[in-house]
Design a protein around this ligand. Structure first.
Ligand code: ZN
Length: 171
């Protein structure tokens, strides 16, 4: 009999299932070496990234600035699509949708340029910033960069502790 595992993220609203996202579908054979036991490093990072993307997709439904009126002419603002913005978590990088707003006054035409940075003053999760700072305190810049990049396995976690006073910006 062929063994298979499936990892699914389920989204519930008021207890009702609204969406299922398959994160992983894997057929398994007999394990013949230690490297085949469990998920390898790359597979673990891919799982984290896929789970994060599923969570971020739901959270992004509410991501928008609180601004209600046009800063240029004072007219009311309306929602006008969305913009994709970079977000850097501890182990993975993501593009998150943020709602865009547009001025109702057609003669004005002002449109917001929303991003994770404009909403939260940074696009890096504090846990990543903390890890970068701790690494930089105990290693040279080059060593810290190497260690963080090795841990994340493919998603560069650039060490920016040398410019901690600035917002952390990868993109
Ligand atoms: Zn306006």
């Amino acid at each position: 009999m062929a063994d298979q595992i499936r990892i699914i993220v389920e989204h519930f609203v008021d207890g009702n299932l609204t969406e299922q996202t398959i994160i992983l579908n894997k057929e398994m054979g007999k394990v013949s070496s230690i490297s085949e036991l469990g998920f390898n490093h790359q597979q673990q990072m891919d799982l984290i990234k896929a789970c994060q993307d599923a969570l971020l997709k739901i959270q992004s439904q509410d991501l928008q600035s609180d601004i209600q009126f046009c800063p240029k002419c004072g007219a009311k603002l309306k929602l006008a699509g969305h913009a994709l913005s970079h977000f850097h978590a501890v182990f993975s990088d993501h593009k998150v949708s943020v709602k865009r707003k547009k001025c109702c006054n057609n003669k004005c035409g002002w449109t917001s340029v929303p991003s994770i940075s404009s909403l939260f003053n940074t696009n890096a999760h504090p846990d990543l910033s903390k890890l970068q700072t701790e690494m930089a305190c105990n290693h040279t810049y080059r060593e810290a960069q190497y260690i963080l990049n090795a841990i994340s396995y493919g998603s560069p976690r650039f060490c920016v502790a040398k410019r901690q006073s600035q917002s952390i910006d990868f993109a």
